[in-house]
Design a protein around this ligand. Structure first.
Ligand code: SF4
Ligand code: FES
Length: 280
């Protein structure tokens, strides 16, 4: 039986050791390259600041931070660098860092985007990155906005599966029906669409694109019955529901999950007309 001792000459000649060595060399090269790039290029991060609890920070302003550029750096990475390096009071939300939790929707270079999904190199002006809180929301502190109203609108469409009668057993969904609602299920509740919507900005009661999309998700789910579908339609076509949408497409443009929001709203409008047609 042979025994193996770490770091022997014999081991360093093995194919696995050679592979590890080559990998270490490649990693060193990548680190050196990133370091060189960082030396050569800085990102100027301009960040909105506001803190109602500190007297000399109550006046909104922008702070500027220099952040080293690295290949693949996202706006969220840059914010984290600025917070950890320069100012630990810089406040913003984030969690998953992979476009799943929806917590870091921000106004970046004039557009609603997720910080973790936005690579600095992909911005039109990647030298200066301007980061602001989502427009049309009250600012709690720095980049953190109050999401209560958005969540209220989402809740108002009853965003849960709720057939009138409890099913006898497992309810299978057809492949076709799953395809029909697939995109609408992708919402991560980030609020970017609502923030981009001119109608929502002028009408606080408007359900808004995310809530209507959520309504679409359940309205077209075949596993709910007709009575429930009718109740859902009544919510959707209320005074501040689908008919407020003016088809401006801003929500569809900013949605980080590529949900065809305007299309869904239009489809629900058609559905409302269809369901209310009466023939005498
Ligand atoms: S519909 Fe898109 S933009 Fe709107 S909350 Fe959901 S994921 Fe965000
Ligand atoms: S940190 Fe979760 S979506 Fe960006």
């Amino acid at each position: 039986m042979s025994t193996q001792t770490p770091n022997t000459d014999a081991e360093s000649d093995s194919p696995q050791a050679e592979r590890m060595e080559r990998k270490a060399e490649r990693d060193d090269e990548a680190r050196a390259k990133a370091g060189t790039d960082a030396d050569e290029r800085q990102i100027t991060l301009k960040v909105f600041r506001y803190d109602p609890e500190i007297p000399d920070k109550q006046e909104p302003r922008f702070d500027t931070f220099e952040v080293p550029f690295e290949p693949g750096i996202t706006v969220l990475d840059a914010l984290i660098y600025a917070r950890d390096t320069y100012d630990s009071s810089l406040t913003f939300r984030h969690s998953c860092r992979q476009a799943v939790c929806g917590s870091d929707a921000l106004f970046i270079n004039g557009s609603q985007r997720l910080g973790c999904q936005t690579q600095v190199a992909d911005l039109d002006d990647s030298e200066t990155v301007r980061v602001e809180p989502l427009p049309h929301r009250d600012v709690v502190k720095d980049l953190v906005v109050d999401m209560d109203h958005f969540y209220d609108q989402m809740e108002s469409v009853e965003p849960y599966f709720s057939p009138t009668e409890e099913p006898d057993g497992e309810q299978l969904q057809s492949r076709e029906n799953r395809e029909k609602i697939k995109m609408s299920t992708r919402c991560i509740w980030c609020g970017a669409c609502m923030s981009s919507c001119n109608i929502a900005a002028g009408d606080n009661e408007y359900l808004g694109p995310a809530a209507i999309n959520k309504a679409y998700r359940f309205y077209f789910d075949d596993r709910e019955d007709e009575q429930r579908q009718q109740e859902r339609l009544e919510i959707i076509e209320q005074e501040h529901g689908v008919w407020r949408c003016q088809t401006q497409f801003s929500c569809t443009t900013v949605c980080p999950k590529d949900i065809p929001l305007t299309e869904h709203i239009q489809e629900l409008k058609r559905e409302a007309v269809k369901q209310n047609l009466k023939f005498w």
